[in-house]
Design a protein around this ligand. Structure first.
Ligand code: OGA
Ligand code: NI
Length: 207
């Protein structure tokens, strides 16, 4: 497996200049199809849970803030395509470290499904309880997405709002402290969302 060095250079530049980068065809359409099937199977067998906000004692469920269902993914997962994706993100993380000195140590990812007419209000991914998130990334898995289906991601930059369409195979990377929002999705919306961390996952329970 390899990573396009041209895109990697663009990602490094844009993450530091604008705070985000859109990487099209990060995952092939063929593998996106397989990932959607895996997500649907997981969803049908009850592996997805309503996503909450906050962590541990401060965890709460609030549909007026976010409406998605998630399934955490890690190396215990038996699926080969999931492993391939984890490998590719690992490679990306290491490459970013070599060029950006971000001190990325680990990452965490989950599947997310937003049912019709759900959204995730404006928020940041890095805050007191999630202080170790440095780079957020989202792999979109919506085949045949069209204008009007909704579910775009709005990123709030200093001088403008950037709208990113959730197109199948596209990986969006952005700095976790940037405000962003998932706009109302009028169809089921599929993604894998994750965060690169400046600390090992096994230690994130520490302050
Ligand atoms: C999140 C999030 C963005 C997206 O899960 O924190 O902002 O486009 N997701 O799914
Ligand atoms: Ni977010």
């Amino acid at each position: 497996m390899n990573i396009s060095s041209e895109n990697l250079m663009l990602a490094v530049d844009q993450l530091s200049d604008s705070g985000y980068f859109v990487w099209d065809d990060f995952v092939s359409k063929e593998n996106i199809k397989k990932l959607v099937l895996i997500a649907d199977q997981g969803n049908q067998s009850g592996d997805f849970k309503k996503a909450g906000i906050g962590k541990q004692a401060l965890f709460q469920l609030d549909k007026s803030v976010r409406g998605d269902y998630i399934q955490w993914l890690d190396r215990n997962n038996q699926n080969e395509i999931i492993h391939q994706f984890l490998d590719k993100i690992e490679l990306l993380k290491n490459s970013l470290n070599e060029t950006c000195y971000l001190g990325l140590k680990d990452f965490e990812i989950h599947f997310a499904i937003y049912p019709e007419n759900t959204f995730y209000k404006k928020h940041v991914d890095r805050f007191q309880q999630n202080a170790h998130r440095v780079i957020s990334f989202v792999l979109y898995m919506n085949e045949n997405w069209q204008e009007g289906h909704g579910g775009e991601l709005a990123i709030y930059l200093d001088d403008k709002v950037e709208i990113v369409q959730p197109l199948a195979g596209r990986l969006l990377l952005f700095r976790s402290e940037l405000e962003h929002e998932v706009l109302m999705s009028y169809r089921n919306r599929y993604s894998i969302t994750g965060w690169m961390l400046d600390r090992d996952m096994s230690l994130t329970f520490l302050p």
